[in-house]
Ligand binder design. Structure first.
Ligand SMILES: CC(C)(COP(=O)(O)OP(=O)(O)OC[C@H]1O[C@@H](n2cnc3c(N)ncnc32)[C@H](O)[C@@H]1OP(=O)(O)O)[C@@H](O)C(=O)NCCC(=O)NCCS
Length: 189
């Protein structure tokens, strides 16, 4: 086992728990503070809370850091941070759990909120049958990289993030990517 940092005094201001359907608005709100390029993609959050057949759908467990009632202050929700854990459908072994959408409200960053939630997930993972926890992070996201490395996550490999811009203007008479696809798929006779 690798050493996992111990909780700090700030951790007494909040507790960690699994989200349920009543937390959907708070989760959506927290996602607006995330750094993911996909954060604006809508998702059917209700599916995560038992509305689909669990034997054929991935399980997405959402762990929240929730402020004590007297510590919530002006924020609209008591949830100030979250970590999502993607697992295989129930009944299918999940040797690898995938961590995603890690976000802490800006007012609560650098208070060890993310670290506390991740420590909770790491402790819960073996009971879920998980042996490895994987995640992706942009190497320029120094706070996140340091957070993960401090918890013992180590680089496995680097990946390319690719994008096709369908609006790229054609150069020198060449076809744009979209025109190329259409030209390729259009019958000539
Ligand atoms: C990345 C993020 C989740 C960190 O949350 P956080 O609660 O502020 O992090 P923690 O306070 O638990 O930090 C734990 C460790 O991470 C590192 N860290 C966190 N924020 C840091 C910062 N701004 N600069 C440098 N190191 C930082 C430190 O090593 C810190 O431990 P230390 O204070 O004992 O040195 C938060 O900044 C965030 O929500 N960012 C936007 C969304 C995002 O980028 N998510 C990750 C996508 S992969």
């Amino acid at each position: 086992m690798h050493p996992v940092p111990q909780p700090t005094p700030d951790a007494t201001l909040f507790s960690i728990r699994l989200a349920d359907a009543d937390d959907i608005a708070a989760i959506d709100w927290l996602d607006t503070f995330g750094g993911s390029p996909h954060r604006n993609l809508s998702r059917y959050m209700t599916q995560y809370f038992g509305s689909v057949d669990p034997s054929i759908h991935e399980r997405n467990l959402i762990y929240l850091a929730e402020l004590r009632p007297d510590a919530a202050g002006e924020l609209p929700y008591r949830a100030i941070g979250k970590v999502e854990l993607l697992l295989a459908p129930a009944g299918t072994p999940s040797e690898v759990g995938y961590i995603k959408r890690v976000v802490v409200h800006p007012a609560w960053r650098k208070h060890h909120v993310a670290q506390a939630i991740l420590r909770h997930v790491i402790a819960a993972a073996p009971d879920l049958g998980v042996q490895y926890l994987d995640l992706h992070v942009w190497e320029g996201n120094a706070p996140a990289v340091r957070l993960y490395e401090a918890l013992g996550f180590a680089e496995r490999h680097r990946e390319l993030y690719l994008r096709l811009d369908l609006d790229t203007p054609a150069k020198d008479g060449a076809l744009s990517p979209l025109e190329r696809i259409v030209a390729h798929d259009t019958p000539t006779s």
